[in-house]
Design a binder for this molecule. Structure first.
Ligand code: EPZ
Length: 440
């Protein structure tokens, strides 16, 4: 165990070079070839960590990615009073003490997914006090559906001084019928975790169907929860009195996989991605094949991308799963800058997820934005320059564009990348990219 818990902050793992590096320099024009092992999915690991609050038994989570958001969530669990042990790629959590169900601002401000502890704490402790997450680069991202769902389960919810407080009835949360006005991934996860310990039956309607929701339901079921319909728009839960500890390996990261598929398509060469799940990425693979990418799936956990045939433009509209994922929009746009023709990219999930466009334009991309639609004209000659990262996936798209650009690209503020990509520079360098971390 290399975790040292002190003053409530978990110093999990050693600080690596990334902690202090602020920029990444990429020399374009080098083809990639070799194998990349896909890490566990950040967006499955976060709800899985929060779910460990639902029991006093030990929960061990495997295939955990080493990314900043996971460390932040682990620190949040420690600050609530859970025992957290971090190992090379697994976490063991035991929330069996008397928990202090408060998620403080200093942790929540760095990671909005902290709202995932609302449901578990309200269900387990009868109350939760969580700092309201601020907005972020890609949009205002309210959590009204999380709060309305808790009210439907009988909680009283009030806000004061930037915190939201949810208090369950004396006898605990009560099963209810939650109807989401639009699918919400963490909203579905938060309320699923609240419902599993509620008294009686709950229905979650218009629920999110993402693979990460299904993975959470599998973990909760292993802990003793009674859930039907995860992965479909209607999830039924029969509340139980208590849950037990368990062991669970989280699913691989479909967005990391898609990011490396685009890297290979932009740089050329041959990439083999191992330890992934093809069926979680069908919409992305279909669109990339439509654009002329040569992608094979020798088995369900391996994808092989072969050198770039000439790319042709395709239109894409982001949708909730099983549509084209919004988390792949920026990366796919970088690809479309190198495709012949005109591609329309429509972002329907978030209101401001085109922050990467200005930076891609500075590299020579021909993109015009009209509302939620970006029109990409290719094939544009990209040249390396200094660019600024703004959010996790926008940063990734700039690194990818750097692989295809002529000359050197320096991506500044890469701490955004560190929040969601496990060893991105190392993995790309391992297949031949010229990429280095520099102090900014
Ligand atoms: C999850 O965010 C992911 N994060 C995001 O990944 C992903 O982009 C997003 O789902 C969509 O797939 C995690 O899973 C930790 P939503 P989440 O609630 O749950 C609105 C990444 O790059 N909304 O599905 O916060 C919201 O503003 C990150 O890894 C409300 O209005 O997204 C958005 O427009 C970025 N009220 C839409 O719904 C609410 O109460 C979908 O958001 C909740 C959401």
């Amino acid at each position: 165990m290399d975790a040292v818990a002190h003053n409530g902050v978990l110093a999990a793992r050693k600080a690596d070079g990334w902690e202090f590096m602020q920029a990444m320099r990429i020399a374009g024009g080098r083809p990639l070839s070799g194998r990349i092992e896909i890490s566990g999915a950040k967006n499955a690991a976060l709800p899985a960590l929060a779910a460990s609050l639902l029991t006093d038994g030990p929960v061990t989570l495997g295939r955990m990615p080493d990314v900043v958001d996971i460390r932040t969530m682990a620190n949040l669990l420690a600050s609530v009073g859970a025992e957290v042990e971090a190992r090379p790629d697994s976490y063991s959590i035991r929330a069996n003490g008397n928990l202090d169900p408060v998620a403080p601002y200093e942790l929540v401000k760095t990671m909005r997914a902290s709202s995932l502890v609302l449901g578990p704490l309200a269900a387990r402790c009868g109350r939760a006090r969580v700092s309201l997450p601020g907005g972020c680069a890609i949009g205002s991202r309210p959590i009204d559906m999380h709060l309305d769902g808790l009210k439907t389960l009988g909680a009283t919810v009030r806000q004061d001084r930037g915190y939201v407080e949810a208090v369950a009835p004396k006898g605990g949360l009560v099963g209810g019928r939650i109807q989401f006005r639009r699918p919400t991934v963490t909203g579905t996860e938060d309320l699923l975790m609240a419902a599993v310990l509620a008294n009686g039956e709950s229905l979650l309607e218009n629920a999110a169907c993402e693979p990460e929701v299904v993975d959470l339901a599998e973990l909760l079921t292993k802990m003793g929860a009674r859930i039907e319909g995860a992965g479909t728009p209607t999830i039924r839960v029969d509340g139980v009195d208590a849950l037990a500890g368990t062991e669970h390996a989280i699913i691989p990261d479909r967005i990391e996989t898609g990011t490396y598929l685009v890297a290979g398509a932009l740089a050329g060469g041959e990439l083999t991605l191992e330890g992934t799940r093809r069926q979680h990425l069908e919409p992305v693979i279909a669109k990339m094949r439509q654009a002329g990418c040569l992608i094979e799936a020798p088995d369900d956990s391996t994808l092989v991308l072969r050198g770039t045939a000439a790319l042709s433009s395709v239109d894409v509209t982001t949708r909730e799963h099983p549509g084209f994922p919004t988390d792949m929009q920026a990366q796919f746009m970088a690809l479309m800058t190198q495709a012949k023709g005109t591609s329309k990219v429509v972002e329907t999930v978030f209101e401001n997820r085109f922050m990467h466009v200005l930076e891609l334009q500075r590299m020579g991309a021909d993109i015009t934005i009209g509302g939620h639609t970006a029109v990409v004209r290719g094939k544009a000659a990209l040249t390396g320059t200094d660019v600024m990262a703004s959010d996790l996936r926008a940063s990734a798209s700039l690194v990818l564009a750097g692989l295809a650009a002529k000359g050197e690209t320096t991506v500044h503020r890469i701490y955004h990348l560190r929040r969601g990509y496990d060893r991105l520079a190392e993995k790309l360098a391992g297949v031949g990219a010229s990429i280095e971390l520099i102090d900014d």
